[in-house]
Unconditional design. Structure first.
Length: 142
């Protein structure tokens, strides 16, 4: 079974910048390795390689920190998705067709603020289709 592909929120320029970052990191690694190889593994090669590392240290630490933040956020999002799935299974998110057209939907909402209380709600909405688009009308906390 194929994996569903999420829409890309990165622009072509963003993707190019990320590829450039990866290339820069590879260049630091290659420069360190080359400095070490040129001295055939002698002390001066190790020192030269470490000097290159030291010059790039702030950049490396910043990238390491951001990568850690990205992984932490991914973990939070995966947990949120598991919780939402569990709540759906328990009927905590529900939709019901109503007279007059549309549906009444009670749903939980992620606030997007990295809070420990997500998801919030449930909140009640009336959902109607008009002109080929869905319109969500907030009715208040359920």
């Amino acid at each position: 079974m194929g994996q569903e592909v999420a829409p890309s929120y990165l622009t072509a320029e963003d993707r190019e910048a990320l590829l450039g970052l990866g290339k820069k990191l590879r260049e630091v690694y290659d420069a360190m390795l080359e400095a070490y190889r040129q001295s055939k593994g002698k002390e001066q090669g190790a020192k030269a390689a470490l000097e290159i590392h030291d010059q790039a240290q702030a950049f490396i630490e910043d990238v390491r920190g951001v990568l850690g933040d990205i992984e932490d956020l991914k973990d939070v999002l995966l947990e949120s998705l598991k919780e939402l799935s569990r709540q759906r299974e328990k009927g905590e998110v529900a939709a019901k067709r109503i007279a007059g057209g549309g549906s009444m939907v009670s749903k939980l909402v992620l606030c997007g603020k990295h809070c420990n209380g997500c998801p919030h709600g449930p909140y009640l909405y009336r959902v109607v289709k008009s002109g080929g688009k869905l319109h969500w009308i907030y009715l208040g906390k359920d």
